[in-house]
Ligand binder design. Structure first.
Ligand code: NDP
Length: 322
């Protein structure tokens, strides 16, 4: 089969499209024929070495596809079932071996592309808005990079929960997408000082929660956008990791909360995975949640896909098709 292999850390050029052996799968694994693999920002961290993984590796942490073969102990799936998963490495390939406990069935109303987007970015937006800081009706929140993969979904989920949403994006075209997703106010943080704007919009009150996936370039000012006892949810590093932080700052700035959550911890057990993916699929099926899936690349074009994502050229979901 064909797959994308990384043998050393570096830029997009370290990813090679190669003929490799089919994945071996154990008694409780399912062999999935990948129809759509999701590209996520975390893949770029693993490729660059910011998040080290054992090398050589096949990147890709989510996909949707069909069941091709079953391990002897698999009980809940049959050959030909439409399925999706996240948090298992190796999705940038024609086939992937996935432990049964990580796999969910794809409902009829959810296609492969949406299924791939739902698993990592959809479940992330779900845990951020339902669990890390459970948004209440009337809360205000600041969502950075709101036209990105997670950003567009999180904006819609925050609106569904009744929040007043302030979004940041880098271009006017992205601002239109954030508004269409429901953002009440959009700040072009590439041109405007977002802290000043948040204070203006909230009449100096600040927001209940900041969802910050940008990291280095936004972290400090994000903290200053919070109300007393507000929640700083730092969940990514698109601009680079936050280097140092003195916890005493949380006290002087109003008894704030700081957390650095990961999807893995919020979907570690089967119940959480089924709850989150089930909600996301249901909302897609009911038309409450609209996924923007517009960037498609072949497996062989993976270098261009990573360059586009890291170059801030994409909006919504980026999909690799074998
Ligand atoms: P996105 O589609 O959101 O792409 C990243 C966006 O970040 C860009 O489009 C860009 O939007 C913005 N950005 C700001 N500064 C930079 C920069 N210097 N370089 C590149 N991009 C920048 O990606 P994803 O939806 O895949 O992921 C979003 C974030 O969420 C990532 O940081 C990722 O690591 C994190 N994440 C965390 C998870 C967790 O559980 N902790 C799970 C899933 C994702 P703009 O041009 O508008 O600034």
């Amino acid at each position: 089969m064909k797959a994308v292999i990384v043998k050393e850390y570096g830029g997009p050029e370290v990813m090679s499209y190669e003929e490799v052996d089919m994945p071996t799968f154990g008694a409780s694994d399912v062999l999935v024929k990948v129809e759509a693999a999701g590209i996520n920002f975390i893949d770029t961290y693993q490729r660059s070495g910011l998040y080290p993984v054992p090398l050589p590796t096949t990147l890709g942490l989510e996909a949707a596809g069909t069941v091709e073969e079953l391990g002897a102990d698999v009980t809940h799936f049959s050959k030909g079932d439409r399925v999706a998963y996240t948090s298992v490495a190796g999705a940038y390939a024609e086939y992937a071996a996935v432990p049964e406990e990580k796999l969910v069935s794809l409902p009829d109303g959810v296609g492969f592309n949406a299924g791939a987007a739902a698993m990592l970015q959809g479940c992330t937006a779900h845990y951020l808005s339902q669990s890390t800081y459970p948004i209440k009706n009337g809360d205000s929140c600041l969502i950075h990079a709101a036209a990105g993969g997670v950003g567009l979904i999180l904006t819609q989920m925050a609106k569904m929960a009744g929040a007043f949403v302030i979004a940041t994006v880098s271009t006017e075209a992205k601002a239109e997408l954030a508004r269409a997703a429901g953002a009440d106010e959009v700040i072009l943080y590439s041109e405007q000082d977002f802290e000043t704007e948040v204070k203006r919009i909230t009449s100096d009150a600040g927001v209940n929660v900041v969802y910050d996936s940008v990291g280095k370039s936004t972290f400090e000012k994000s903290i200053d956008c919070l109300k007393p006892r507000g929640y700083m949810v730092l969940y990514g590093n698109a601009s680079g990791p936050v280097a140092e932080f003195n916890p005493a700052t949380l006290g002087t700035k109003g008894s704030l909360f700081l957390t650095r959550p990961t999807l893995f911890a919020y979907t570690a057990d089967r119940k959480s995975l089924e709850w989150r993916s089930g909600d996301v699929f249901k909302w897609i099926d009911e038309g409450k949640l609209k996924l923007r899936v517009e960037h498609f690349f072949r497996l062989s074009e993976v270098q261009a896909a990573h360059s586009a994502l890291e170059g801030r050229k994409t909006t919504g979901k980026v999909i690799l098709t074998p």
